[in-house]
Write a protein that binds this ligand. Structure first.
Ligand SMILES: [Fe+2]
Length: 246
């Protein structure tokens, strides 16, 4: 069984195109999406439309999804993110806003081995940054594997014998062997707005037969995504950051 794990697309259709093209060549059995379909990028409707065609998929909502469909306010958002939420609210079709409002709140137990969440298993909006946060998160997970998003950094935390160790996954190719007796909290990085100074779209594949999680970085048409952002008069910084991967 091969799972494609991806998160934080943020209305960036061009990065999603690259991901779907990549997935077509990989015999994916099940998609796991960890939240934030919209916010920041200029293609919220097209992004949602593409996701609805992916089957089978298990997914949870992100904080931007909640804010756009009116389930949450922008109180906790920085001014630039809040501006993008207002723009998205103005441009999203009613049926797509309804779709966002129906996405489940994490954590979601996919099966006896896998849990997915947006921020953390104890709070969907919490950012797991570091081993202390990860230790707390492990207390709330009942499966050996938990995939999370929200930070936009590809990262893995392992827990063995009550010791938690985190590793930031730099570079374009990383692979992690899943071992019995160890638990894992894994962030595949962001598709539509990577922040680890690597602008390529990020995702991971979990192969249950090989018991490996492989991480991938995909080239995409960044210029096109940037132009759309500027054309729509979204804050220019949202365009600039895509090329820098920040
Ligand atoms: Fe996000």
């Amino acid at each position: 069984m091969r799972y494609l794990i991806f998160t934080d697309v943020h209305g960036n259709l061009e990065s999603l195109h690259a991901l779907l093209k990549f997935a077509q060549r990989r015999k994916i059995d099940h998609y796991l999406f960890l939240g934030d379909l919209v916010g920041y990028g200029a293609s919220p409707n097209e992004t949602i439309q593409k996701i609805t065609a992916l089957k089978p998929i298990s997914m949870v909502r992100g904080n931007h999804d909640k804010a756009v469909c009116g389930l949450d306010s922008v109180r906790t958002f920085n001014p630039i993110a809040a501006l993008a939420i207002f723009w998205t609210k103005q441009h999203i079709l009613k049926k797509n806003s309804n779709y966002l409002s129906r996405i489940k709140k994490g954590p979601l137990i996919v099966n006896k081995n896998i849990t997915i969440c947006h921020g953390a298993p104890f709070d969907e909006d919490y950012y797991i940054f570091g081993e202390f946060d990860a230790s707390e998160a492990f207390l709330h997970i009942k499966t050996p594997l938990c995939f999370f998003g929200h930070t936009h950094f590809p990262f893995i935390y392992k827990e063995k014998d009550r010791t938690v160790e985190g590793t930031f996954l730099t570079g374009d190719n990383n692979e992690v062997k899943i071992e019995k007796g160890t638990r894992y909290l894994i962030n595949p990085g962001s598709v539509g707005q990577p922040r680890d100074r690597n602008p390529k779209a990020s995702c991971a594949i979990y192969d249950t037969k090989a018991q490996k999680v492989k991480f991938y970085r995909l080239e995409y048409n960044i210029e096109e995504a940037q132009e759309k952002i500027l054309r729509e008069n979204l804050p220019p910084t949202l365009s600039e950051r895509l090329a820098a991967g920040i």
